[in-house]
Design a protein around this ligand. Structure first.
Ligand code: NAD
Ligand code: KPL
Length: 306
């Protein structure tokens, strides 16, 4: 049994993908109200995959964090700011050999959970799929992306990954997941806050924020290099340009969060980058200015600043 903590867009997408591939899943919902609402719909999920012209209906089991069954495998699919508390709520159920897989965007929550679970193997992932929920029981898999999984302690790939791949799940293993997370972080630090501040889709940044993207790329490259992440400025510029072009019509996750009045994951993007720069007394004025502007913007929208 695979336990999935958090039944939002990513949790439901993974539950659906795993269950359809033949792996039984169990959702863990936050409280009795959410469980009752889920069960009132008989646990039904309507999954629409417009790219594949598919509409699938499936039934997913759910339980509460204090359910008695031990957890052998835990997929954490909450937002970054909720992940530590969510894991704490089920920590007592993890069996000694349980593996944990973290899907959170940004950085910081992963390291905190690794510290929280020193005796378990905790895997990190970056995900570029796009999924959203028109309602609690409907999920749109808007874009198929890439999922890269790795072990921050650089251990070997786990057996479950091979089994999942053999059953058709497209997942990649990377021996240096920290480098992958840093690169994704750099891209998120450059794109997300600017699209939020300019209130524009990703593609418009190329015209409207070219100079700022360049300043940010330079600082992010210096920061990564200081943390031993090998990435030349040219490659970072090229990757950033590619992501902006490939996602030109997308609204970044931060812009979407702000539009919906939701807390953003800023603290796990710019916040993490600034704390990392502080650790090494590295000057990053462009990142700092961007963070200050975003804090003001969030405050004017009545949203949490972290
Ligand atoms: P979401 O808000 O849709 O889902 C998070 C779910 O976690 C919610 O249902 C919430 O109720 C639940 N939750 C929070 N605290 C909990 C707790 N203590 N116990 C149980 N459940 C709890 O968020 P999402 O879009 O699924 O994003 C999850 C992560 O994946 C984020 O870090 C996000 O940046 C990343 N991500 C999302 C997408 C996407 O397209 N949605 C793509 C790539 C990466
Ligand atoms: O990951 C993203 C996000 O919006 O969080 C990008 C790559 C910027 C795509 O929108």
């Amino acid at each position: 049994m695979l336990h999935i903590l958090g039944a939002g867009s990513m949790g439901l997408l993974w539950a659906a993908r795993l269950q359809r591939a033949g792996f039984p899943t169990q959702l863990i919902l936050r409280n009795i109200e959410r469980l009752a609402a889920w069960q009132a719909h008989a646990g039904q999920l309507e999954l629409t995959d417009p790219g594949q012209h598919q509409h699938i209906s499936l039934s997913l089991n759910a339980e509460l964090p204090d359910s008695p069954e031990p957890i052998r495998f835990l997929l954490v699919a909450t937002k970054a700011y909720a992940a530590e508390d969510a894991v704490r709520s089920v920590q007592h159920r993890l069996s000694a050999d349980a593996d944990v897989l973290l899907l959170q965007n940004g950085m910081g929550s992963q390291q905190a959970i690794s510290r929280q679970l020193p005796r378990h193997r905790v895997f990190y992932a970056t995900v570029t799929d796009g999924a959203w929920r028109p309602s609690a029981h409907q999920l749109i898999w808007a874009g198929h992306g890439q999922t890269i999984i790795g072990d921050p302690r650089q251990g070997p790939p786990p057996d479950w990954l091979t089994r999942w791949q053999e059953h058709g799940l497209t997942l990649e293993w990377h021996a240096d997941i920290m480098a992958i997370l840093w690169r994704k972080l750099a891209i998120n630090c450059a794109i997300n806050p600017l699209t939020a501040l300019l209130d524009c889709p990703n593609g418009e940044l190329l015209e409207r924020a070219h100079g700022r993207l360049e300043e940010l790329s330079q600082e992010l490259q210096l920061l990564m290099s200081a943390f031993g992440i090998p990435l030349s400025l040219d490659i970072l510029r090229t990757q950033l340009d590619q992501v902006i072009r490939q996602t030109a019509t997308n609204s970044s996750s931060m812009r979407q969060d702000i539009h919906c009045g939701r807390r953003t994951e800023i603290d796990f993007m710019l916040g993490f980058a600034l704390r990392s720069a502080d650790q090494l007394s590295l000057a990053v004025p462009a990142l700092r200015k961007l963070n200050a502007e975003l804090q003001t913007y969030l405050a004017t929208h009545g949203l949490p600043l972290d």
